[in-house]
Design a protein around this ligand. Structure first.
Ligand SMILES: CC(C)=CCNc1ncnc2c1ncn2[C@@H]1O[C@H](COP(=O)(O)O)[C@@H](O)[C@H]1O
Ligand SMILES: [Zn+2]
Length: 372
């Protein structure tokens, strides 16, 4: 596990409100119980359950959203989630979140995103790069600064705004327009997520098409349920990435492979929500062996008690990946990020320099000392 932690990693599929620390969730729950807003016996079974069905996970999200409605909490969880990913050597994080409107606390979708950005700016423990570079800037790669002999950690963070499948076409369009407005502050794309048993994804097609026309990247939660027509239509749309791909049939695999759309693989999430029967039959193996572009991701590290290092360890243990394979899997994910080519180039350099160090060391303990 230590090795998986020490390795530089790329996280492409993490939902902000699904990645909250347990301790923070508990603290927020207690505060609401203290105010008499919530009764612990009503929420205990939702919070403490281990294996949750798809329906129960979305109940949990509704509860989490009650706990995180105000701007300060959104700022706090953003800061903590980024710190947590950085602490396990995630060097690039694409964090996605659904902008929420809540009149009772004076929150608009715009102010929600502002609160997220405030969280990004408030981080002092690591260097956070979230402002996109000008395309014509030719600045050279700057390694993280050395302070008192220690290399300060640096994490690149980019944001995706999510459209929830409960929303209307107009609300989805509002999110896309907001994403365009927030592009100078690190928003790079749009995600379609939410309970897959709700709504028809074509409701969001006008907004998704508009996003793409305007140069935003699009990723879709695809195949979380057996819905053959929706899967086919989503692949026809040719998003730049998809998440999950659990209930694919032969024709979908063929279509996916011929279009080469990278897949965000969320092992623990899929097993815990029973969208795959067990880890040993997970489609990761199929795609990995076919050399299809993919990236290991957490989905909801808080809800599913995982982290990206654990996902790599699970892949290694379940599918027989060695360190070299894990490293290459992580390195290849760089090619599927939505940030600009300058970031890609910087990340390639980070992986190259770590690869050089790996080449000259053989023991786990010496690998642990590798600072990135
Ligand atoms: C099958 C299952 C439940 C696994 C989890 N996979 C998911 N599938 C679809 N939408 C999701 C999933 N995890 C999180 N989300 C979306 O992300 C939201 C939480 O993060 P945020 O509020 O956008 O910051 C949830 O309310 C939901 O809309
Ligand atoms: Zn997801």
């Amino acid at each position: 596990m230590e090795w998986c932690v020490s390795m530089p990693k790329i996280e492409l599929h993490a939902h902000l409100n699904g990645s909250i620390r347990d301790s923070t969730l508990l603290e927020l729950t207690k505060a609401l119980i203290g105010k008499g807003v919530m009764n612990f016996s009503e929420v205990e079974h939702i919070i403490l359950k281990y294996n949750r069905s798809l329906k129960e996970v979305f109940k949990l999200f509704d509860l989490i959203h009650i706990l995180t409605t105000d701007h300060n909490t959104v700022t706090r969880i953003t800061r903590e989630v980024i710190e947590d990913f950085a602490s396990e050597n995630v060097v690039y994080l694409e964090l996605r979140t659904t902008p929420k409107k809540n009149d009772s606390v004076g929150m608009s979708k715009h102010s929600y995103v502002e609160a997220v950005l405030k969280g990004l700016r408030s981080i002092t423990s690591v260097d956070v790069d979230f402002i996109p570079h000008c395309e014509d800037s030719k600045t050279l790669f700057t390694p993280a600064p050395v302070i008192n002999g220690h290399v300060r950690k640096k994490i690149f963070v980019r944001l995706l705004l999510s459209i929830d499948r409960r929303e209307t076409t107009e609300a989805a369009m509002e999110t896309v327009k907001l994403a365009l407005e927030m592009r100078p502050y690190g928003v790079v794309g749009i995600d379609l997520s939410g309970n897959p048993s709700i709504g028809d994804w074509t409701t969001y097609l006008p907004a998704l098409k508009f996003a793409r026309e305007q140069g935003l990247y699009v990723t879709l939660h695809c195949g979380e349920l057996p819905n053959s027509k929706e899967i086919k239509n989503m692949l026809d749309f040719r998003p730049q990435r998809i998440g999950h791909a659990c209930f694919f049939e032969d024709e979908h695999w063929r279509q996916l492979k011929s279009s080469n759309i990278p897949v965000e693989i969320c092992l623990t999430s899929n097993v815990r929500t029973m969208t795959v029967p067990s880890i040993d039959v997970h489609h990761f193996a199929h795609l990995y062996n076919a050399k299809h572009p993919l990236a290991l991701c957490t989905d909801d590290s808080g809800v599913f008690s995982t982290c990206l290092s654990k996902e790599y360890k699970i892949a290694a243990d379940s599918f027989g990946l060695g360190r070299r394979e894990m490293f290459e899997l992580s390195r290849n994910a760089v090619e599927h990020i939505f940030a600009d080519s300058k970031v890609k180039e910087d990340l390639r350099k980070i992986f190259n320099s770590v690869a050089k160090k790996y080449g000259s060391v053989t023991t786990v303990s010496s690998l642990e000392n590798i600072c990135i």
